[in-house]
Design a protein around this ligand. Structure first.
Ligand code: FES
Ligand code: FES
Length: 212
């Protein structure tokens, strides 16, 4: 017979399964699991293991975005995209698919492009996050931004911040990109207006202009 007696932390297998079935993805469900959010012993063990535990009911973290550190309230399931758009008001990164399939939410984290809808905000603690709002240097647009304007690489514009950020990261990753390399490098970004030809033209022009 299954042993379902609570451990000394007050946490049992049955309690865990009840919480999981009720929706581990929600803060309120996790909050019903006392050992996860409150156990001092568990907290100490996690700290010894080099892990940071966040209370399911919410916690404050600090994110460094576009060179500026800001306090951000989160729950463990808050995505980086949600924090950027809804807490910090940086709405350049778009939420379209919310499942890593379109690239509209692309930002640069420690030099690499990521789909911010697929990254937890707590995983961005200690990282340098750059959004499209932070790409220009002073009054000077990034060469990618300038090239998109000069090539009119836009129709409705909704996908463009994501393309700009992925293009910037791509040009920083690889030199001597040809047209096929640009297409391949941008294959994770979708433009529903199909402005691809002008987008590829713009990135090719930016590639000739060198790195930022
Ligand atoms: S909204 Fe993030 S990949 Fe589509
Ligand atoms: S310009 Fe409209 S989705 Fe790309």
């Amino acid at each position: 017979m299954e042993n379902d007696s609570p451990s000394k932390t007050g946490f049992s297998r049955r309690l865990f399964l009840q919480g999981a079935a009720g929706g581990v993805a929600t803060g309120s469900a996790l909050a019903t699991l006392p050992a996860l959010g409150q156990g001092a012993e568990a907290q100490a063990a996690a700290t010894r293991a080099g892990l940071t535990r966040y209370d399911a009911a919410g916690a404050g973290i600090v994110l460094k975005v576009n060179g500026k550190k800001s306090p951000v309230p989160v729950t463990p399931q808050t995505t980086l995209l949600e924090s950027l758009r809804e807490t910090l008001g940086l709405t350049g990164s778009k939420e379209v698919c919310d499942r890593g399939a379109c690239g509209a939410c692309t930002v640069i984290v420690d030099g690499r492009s990521v789909n911010s809808c697929m990254m937890l905000a707590i995983d961005a603690v200690g990282c340098e996050v750059t959004t499209v709002e932070g790409l220009k240097k002073g009054d000077q647009l990034d060469p990618v931004q300038q090239a998109f304007i000069e090539h009119d690489a836009c129709q409705c514009g909704y996908c463009i911040p994501g393309f700009v950020m992925r293009s910037r990261a791509l040009l920083d990753e690889k030199k001597d990109l040809d047209r096929e390399g640009i297409k391949h490098g941008l294959c994770g970004n979708i433009c529903r207006c199909a402005a691809y030809v002008r987008i590829f033209d713009a990135v090719a022009a930016a590639a000739k202009g060198g790195q930022s």
